[in-house]
Write a protein that binds this ligand. Structure first.
Ligand SMILES: *[C@@H]1O[C@H](CO)[C@@H](O)[C@H](O)[C@H]1NC(C)=O
Ligand SMILES: *[C@@H]1O[C@H](CO)[C@@H](O)[C@H](O)[C@H]1NC(C)=O
Ligand SMILES: *[C@@H]1O[C@H](CO)[C@@H](O)[C@H](O)[C@H]1NC(C)=O
Ligand SMILES: *[C@@H]1O[C@H](CO)[C@@H](O)[C@H](O)[C@H]1NC(C)=O
Ligand SMILES: *[C@@H]1O[C@H](CO)[C@@H](O)[C@H](O)[C@H]1NC(C)=O
Ligand SMILES: *[C@@H]1O[C@H](CO)[C@@H](O)[C@H](O)[C@H]1NC(C)=O
Ligand SMILES: *[C@@H]1O[C@H](CO)[C@@H](O)[C@H](O)[C@H]1NC(C)=O
Length: 466
């Protein structure tokens, strides 16, 4: 009996509140804030198969944030009508098919997250994203941020973005791109205002010029976890705009002076987890004078950073060097006092005067860190905290063995090859000189033999007879 009264009461309250039986707020939780201007609709994990009839958006609502994360909607249907600005999350909904004109009734949609679904390339077509029909053409939608990460897309159709002239942020992480084919290049180039492109976790072996050279405002590019073995030279085409670059988790072989050439406006570089990188050579970072944040962690083969890797007067603010194979850091590398953040834990560092000198320059904030890095004291073989080093390390003379280590580490294959080349050239040169000398001697001997030469060069003898 009590229960019945409760149900009746509940129905009564619902009706009194003017709730529509078709309203999405019956199956999801709705709330409003900022004088009902912002409406939040939470439909996360509700076993829904449809985006629902009616979103119950009040007249005064200007902004609708709605999440359908974790439902089961193999076919995504068109969104119900509202003129409010919409942000919609449709991640992890097993979406396999898209109905046409998804957002024709929500033309002010700003953000769409379709990540972690099963969408194949052919479902991502221009008709799915067209706006309301206006007697002769489809109007655009307001979309600025489209997240298509973790689907099954290997190519893009060339007109796919034609109804999204305001698109600025595109996420294609975790799809099946191996090459950016000509259609994909045309599709990407058509997004004139693109500012942020994420192609992480695909299988790209190169970044083709045609995919990026049309973008004058592209500031953020994520190429992490692909199969790049060098930083693509094509990036120089967006060198004016590019500010933040991520190349984590690629098999990049070497960093040298030409690696980042033409990328003079980069302020943040992330180069973690590079499985092949051993050396960072002179002038690598000098090409990026505005670089402020550099992350170089988890590069488990990285043994050395050339003392001239940075340009003259180059200053960093954040520097991450954790978990590499670095055995030394040169005091002359950087103006250490400028750093706000400096982490260099988990390296097989040898305690040295360089390290001590670095600690004398670092800001007090960095030095106060409790779990600071350690180095091995060559005098005792014991591990001690770098920040506890004293000036006495500077009077310690390194033994020869550690010098040999150092030389061995420092000799990259390139240098060895150069030496071999020089030796070869030298031997070839000596052989050439000896050979030349022998020939010269022979020639002299022959030309000194007057009788023979007279006959050989007698002009009368060679004049043709008529
Ligand atoms: C909402 O707008 C509609 C049409 O503009 C109008 O008919 C209705 O009275 C409005 N409702 C409220 C509560 O303001
Ligand atoms: C169609 O577009 C034209 C030009 O953009 C505009 O003036 C007109 O109001 C639109 N018509 C409708 C029905 O939206
Ligand atoms: C790039 O940004 C500038 C400044 O915000 C803007 O004037 C220009 O129209 C943008 N270019 C494109 C192609 O969107
Ligand atoms: C950096 O950006 C500014 C302003 O966008 C531009 O004028 C300059 O040429 C860029 N520098 C480089 C090295 O591309
Ligand atoms: C580093 O990359 C490898 C292979 O690319 C991956 O398995 C691993 O999870 C990555 N580690 C980190 C810390 O990102
Ligand atoms: C480096 O800075 C000093 C002092 O600020 C200046 O005199 C010098 O010209 C700068 N060098 C370069 C290469 O910019
Ligand atoms: C360390 O600093 C001292 C004093 O500034 C200097 O004399 C010495 O050459 C520096 N040593 C190294 C290895 O940088």
């Amino acid at each position: 009996m009590k229960f019945h009264i409760f149900v009746l009461l509940f129905c009564y309250i619902s009706i009194a509140n003017g709730e529509d039986p078709d309203s999405i707020c019956n199956s999801c939780s709705c709330s409003t804030s900022d004088n009902a201007q912002v409406m939040n609709i939470n439909c996360v994990n509700r076993k829904l198969q449809h985006v629902g009839g009616y979103w119950d958006v009040k007249n005064e609502t200007k902004f609708v944030k709605i999440s359908f994360a974790g439902n089961d909607m193999p076919t995504l249907e068109a969104m119900p009508q509202t003129d409010a600005v919409v942000e919609i999350v449709l991640t992890k909904c097993n979406i396999r098919y898209l109905r046409p004109s998804l957002f024709a009734d929500t033309p002010n949609v700003k953000f769409v997250d379709l990540s972690h679904n099963d969408l194949p390339a052919e479902e991502i077509s221009s008709d799915k994203f067209r706006g309301p029909y206006n007697s002769t053409f489809y109007e655009p939608i307001a979309l600025e941020h489209l997240d298509l990460s973790y689907n099954k897309i290997h190519t893009l159709l060339n007109k796919v973005f034609e109804h999204m002239p305001n698109l600025k942020i595109l996420n294609l992480e975790g799809n099946d791109f191996k090459v950016l084919d000509i259609q994909t290049q045309l599709a990407l180039s058509s997004i004139r205002g693109l500012q942020d492109l994420n192609l992480a976790n695909n299988e790209l072996t190169e970044m083709i010029v045609g995919a990026i050279d049309a973008h004058e405002n592209l500031t953020h590019l994520d190429l992490s976890r692909n199969l790049l073995d060098f930083v693509p030279p094509s990036l120089a085409h967006i060198g004016k705009s590019l500010e933040v670059l991520n190349v984590d988790g690629n098999p990049l072989i070497e960093f040298a002076s030409e690696t980042f050439l033409g990328l003079g406006n980069i302020t943040e570089l992330s180069a973690n987890n590079l499985t092949m990188l051993k050396y960072i050579n002179a002038n690598t970072f000098a090409a990026m004078p505005k670089l402020k944040k550099l992350s170089l962690s988890d590069n488990f083969l990285l043994v050395d950073i050339d003392r001239e890797a940075f340009g003259i007067n180059q200053t960093l603010e954040e520097f991450y060097l954790n978990n590499n194979e670095l055995y030394r850091l040169d005091y002359k590398l950087l103006p250490w006092s400028q750093l706000h953040v400096f982490q260099f834990k988990e390296n097989p560092l040898e305690c040295s005067c360089d390290l001590y000198n670095i600690t004398t320059q670092l800001s007090a904030d960095i030095m106060r860190e409790e779990d600071g890095p350690y180095c091995e004291d060559p005098r005792t073989g014991r591990s001690i905290r770098v920040f506890y080093l004293k000036s006495d390390i500077c009077s310690y003379k390194r033994e020869l063995s550690s010098h040999i280590d150092y030389i061995q580490h420092h000799f990259s294959m390139v240098r060895v090859a150069l030496v071999i080349l020089c030796v070869t050239v030298l031997i070839a040169g000596i052989l050439a000189v000896i050979l030349g000398f022998v020939r010269y001697k022979k020639y002299r001997r022959e030309s000194n033999y007057p009788y023979a030469s007279q006959i050989a060069y007698n002009p009368i003898a060679t004049t043709p007879k008529y």
